[in-house]
Ligand binder design. Sequence first.
Ligand code: NAG
Ligand code: NAG
Length: 223
Amino acid sequence: MAFRKYWPTASPLLLYLILALPPLAAFADPEPLQDFCVADLNKPGQSGNGFPCKLVSNVTVDDFVSKRLSHRGNTSNPLGSKVTAGNVLSFPGLNTLGISMNRVDLDIGGLNPPHSHPRASEMVLVVKGQILVAFVSTSNVLYSKVLGPGELFVIPRGLVHFQQNVGKGKASAVTAFNSQLPGVVLASTSLFGAQPSIPDQVLAKAFRIDRGFVKEIRSKFGS
Ligand SMILES: *[C@@H]1O[C@H](CO)[C@@H](O)[C@H](O)[C@H]1NC(C)=O
Ligand SMILES: *[C@@H]1O[C@H](CO)[C@@H](O)[C@H](O)[C@H]1NC(C)=O
């Protein structure tokens, strides 16, 4: 009887509680336990997640401001692209907040090469130009689209993706992450630029090419 009596009111409450419970696995970074914890990047004894906090009495508004993404990156390199990172390492105020942003500048034809972020999903906001944005699912399906200014693309956490300027002028994008330090696994550099090197025979067999070719590719990645 009691159940019947209380169920009609308990039900919306229960539903509310279920919806309000944080889906823990969906958060890339742990939830903060205080308003802020501006990183003291130089404090020794860093352990576990994130960085130790600066003394609150030493925190100023400047800890919550970064001008790092205000300048176009230097794209004079073989890829014709430059990623300027606005993560906790350059912007200590982000520590424990679970967010960060990068700026991606691309020359005509410039490429931000295939890579993945182990700790974050990513949103790409095209600011200027025409950019081909794409990711590959774990079923090896390529999802790609050419985007213009103001358009968004979301890249699920951990999947390999890239951006290329396919327009007639320079292009720029801003990328946002649900991690203070998303981490980057650059496909080419991880495999061919690792130190010490991945053995020749491993890469030769993996890519079904001969070892001479492995050496040639590796020489371009400084390994
Ligand atoms: C706090 O700021 C003062 C003055 O700038 C500095 O001398 C001191 O080392 C800072 N303390 C910490 C723990 O960062
Ligand atoms: C951009 O990078 C190239 C290659 O490293 C360098 O030669 C050039 O001076 C840089 N340009 C600027 C404006 O920093």
